[in-house]
Design a protein around this ligand. Sequence first.
Ligand SMILES: NC(=O)c1ccc[n+]([C@@H]2O[C@H](COP(=O)([O-])OP(=O)(O)OC[C@H]3O[C@@H](n4cnc5c(N)ncnc54)[C@H](OP(=O)(O)O)[C@@H]3O)[C@@H](O)[C@H]2O)c1
Length: 266
Amino acid sequence: MNLKSARVILTGASGGIGSATALALAQSEAQLLLVDRQAEGLQQLANRLRAEGAQAHAYPADLTRGADRQAVIEHAGRVLGGIDLLINNAGLLHFNPFEEEEPQAIERLLNVNVVAPILLARAVLPLMQRQGRGRVVNIGSIFGSIGFPYFASYSASKFALRGFSEALRRELAGSGVGVTYIAPRATRTPLNRSALNRMNEALKVAMDPPERVAAAVVDAVRRDRDEVYLGWPESLFVRLNGLLPRLVDGALRRQHREMRSYATQG
Ligand SMILES: NC(=O)c1ccc[n+]([C@@H]2O[C@H](COP(=O)([O-])OP(=O)(O)OC[C@H]3O[C@@H](n4cnc5c(N)ncnc54)[C@H](OP(=O)(O)O)[C@@H]3O)[C@@H](O)[C@H]2O)c1
């Protein structure tokens, strides 16, 4: 897709990966509707992009609410005149022993990470099908291919998003509407609380700057890519886990005790 003048809805726009992606899209001359929960940060980002000459609008919304999702789509119609690209980026992460996760928090995570992206895609699809072109980009995770201990709800949500992306892409083949699934590895953003950052450092887990993910999103859209897995050796582990999961079981078991010590830190 040519991003120049493309009409884009970007969710989670004022977060770490979201704001870097907003900047990269603005530099590609896309027209942006920036969506996030907190109005203030979102408005500041839109003002900053506009000051640099971009076309950017802010729209605060809680994507777990159906009325808010509907309002986002209607607002995109009003301010952008249509939708060419939906980037489902908003997300929540839990890093805890599963038995300690609050049931309501699990429900919220699944609503933000799975239900909202699926229902937003459902809302934009008829518009994209009518115009015979468009793309839905779902931001997943390496944990959407490798089930990680202490990330059970998060891994489940990203496995779901990957499955949804694959199925919908196959369903829409030849229609002009594409679906991209992007799986970043650990990335330095506010999503990762300090215990997780400490664990990543202790286990020597590489962490990308959000700009790297943003560049991958822009590149994937430009090249109509189906799936992108970021990082080496993480992308190798994804394949290994698919082919030889027992091998990965063993490797993770060796780190289990250390991971638990971080996951139980408040
Ligand atoms: N950071 C990583 O290591 C990493 C690795 C792989 C994949 N990812 C994925 O990348 C995406 C972006 O994550 P990030 O690292 O940039 O996290 P982030 O900085 O926390 O940004 C996520 C944004 O989503 C927003 N959001 C959460 N719930 C929402 C809701 N109900 N309605 C609207 N917006 C909502 C958050 O708002 P609040 O701040 O108000 O909650 C936040 O601004 C996520 O899907 C994440 O799973 C991240």
